[in-house]
Design a protein around this ligand. Structure first.
Ligand SMILES: *Cc1c(COP(=O)(O)O)cnc(C)c1O
Length: 388
């Protein structure tokens, strides 16, 4: 049984609490909502109960957004391997580099986690039609989980999205609409069409549950490392659900009494052609200005404006981390390096994490024996054109 109790404003602005049995998107103040749990009661839940559970993210169901005896909409997402990347580590001069390989999720990216959680709630809240603006991976994941739950999927993607993303949505029976512009434009069109028709919007952080799926990466890192967190987490950041989700997971696990001690330094990696969070971090701003003229071959990082910008910046700063941008050429070199040295199939976003690692080592930020985890957020197969 889950300890899920209510939704709360992420600012927090004082509005709410919001009832988990009703459909909510944003707080009345316009900020994202976060799921909250009865942590006082949850402290009775021992992490030892995990040992004989299923190897999916739903092994943490006590801290997942389920009401009463609801069952998750699952395709086996999560509990991905944490690989000790000894050859990559040696190449950069470190002894403890690890790769969390999210390419092994259903539909080939970590978006599966967020959409499994979001579609689960949408299904139990009675939604019939789900709509999503996406640069590619989120649409594939949404279409797959919608199919599994028997719901209708409407996908809005930028016109220049790579063909495999379109075909895979169609494979799962989703209706695909291509929109001129970027993911923010796709979001606008999705809202214009969907709001009057009552479609359930599963945009990043515009519904409260994708982050709950993404946070399980934080729980897994702890569990797979014997309840000790790494010194550094290097994470390719677009909308920021992964960063914000993991930071939330660390907070929850501390309150559960599962972990203690220093938290990892959180590193946001963005593309040189679209780096709103990096720019805001460098300027000591609490929010990020929209990036004009965004361009990068890493579709997941082509997010000119993130509604959770202040939450991402908060996590980086509270952790003593940093934010940096890498070029498209560096990302592709990083993909090849992860492939050649570790046998891991990386999306350009995973390649960006390798490039960022090299920069941080060069700056002397990371010491030789510190434990580093790189997130390979997706696989290479849908991006083969960038390797030609
Ligand atoms: C969406 C996406 C990202 C960005 O993830 P956020 O958690 O939204 O910041 C990174 N990599 C890949 C492969 C993606 O699809």
């Amino acid at each position: 049984m889950s300890y899920f109790s209510h939704l709360e404003c992420s600012v927090p602005c004082g509005a709410g609490p919001y009832d988990p049995n009703k459909i909510h998107h944003l707080c009345a103040c316009g900020a994202p909502l976060l799921a909250r749990y009865d942590l006082a009661r949850a402290r009775a839940w021992s992490r030892d109960t995990l040992t004989d559970r299923e190897p999916t993210m739903w092994r943490y169901r006590e801290m997942m957004p389920l009401v009463n005896a609801e069952r998750p909409v699952t395709l086996g997402e999560g509990f991905t391997p944490l690989i000790h990347a000894t050859r990559l580590g040696r190449a950069v001069g470190l002894t403890s580099v690890h790769i969390k390989d999210e390419s092994l999720n259903p539909t080939n990216s970590f978006k599966a986690r967020g959409l499994s959680a979001a579609v689960t709630r949408a299904f139990h809240l009675g939604a019939k039609v789900l709509a999503i603006p996406s640069a590619g991976n989120a649409a594939n994941a949404m279409a797959a989980y919608a199919a599994s739950a028997g719901l209708e999927a409407r996908v809005f993607m930028p016109r220049d999205v790579k063909a495999p993303f379109i075909r895979e949505c169609q494979l799962y029976g989703a209706a695909v609409e291509l929109v001129d512009g970027l993911i923010t434009d796709a979001g606008r069109v999705a809202a214009e069409k969907g709001t009057p028709l009552g479609w359930y919007d599963v945009s990043t952080l515009k519904e409260p549950y994708r982050i709950e799926g993404k946070k399980t990466m934080g729980y897994e890192l702890a569990e797979q490392s014997g309840w000790r967190l790494p010194d550094w987490i290097i994470y390719p950041t677009g909308g920021g659900t992964g960063m914000v989700g993991m930071w939330k997971a660390f907070d929850e696990m501390e309150r559960l009494g599962w972990i203690s001690g220093p938290r990892p330094r959180m590193v946001t990696v963005q593309a040189a052609g679209c780096a709103p969070i990096v720019r805001a971090f460098d300027a000591h701003h609490e929010k990020a200005e929209p990036w004009v003229g965004a361009h990068t071959l890493a579709d997941g990082l082509r997010v000119p404006r993130a509604i959770g910008d202040f939450l991402i910046l908060r996590a980086i700063r509270e952790s003593g981390g940093t934010a940096l941008a890498v070029s498209d050429e560096e990302m592709v070199a990083g993909m090849r390096e992860m492939g050649r040295l570790e046998g891991v199939s990386a999306a350009p976003e995973g390649g960006a994490a390798v490039a960022a690692l090299r920069h941080l080592v060069k700056r002397g930020a990371i010491r030789q024996a510190e434990v580093v985890v790189l997130f390979n957020t997706g696989g290479a197969l849908k991006y083969l054109e960038v390797l030609e």
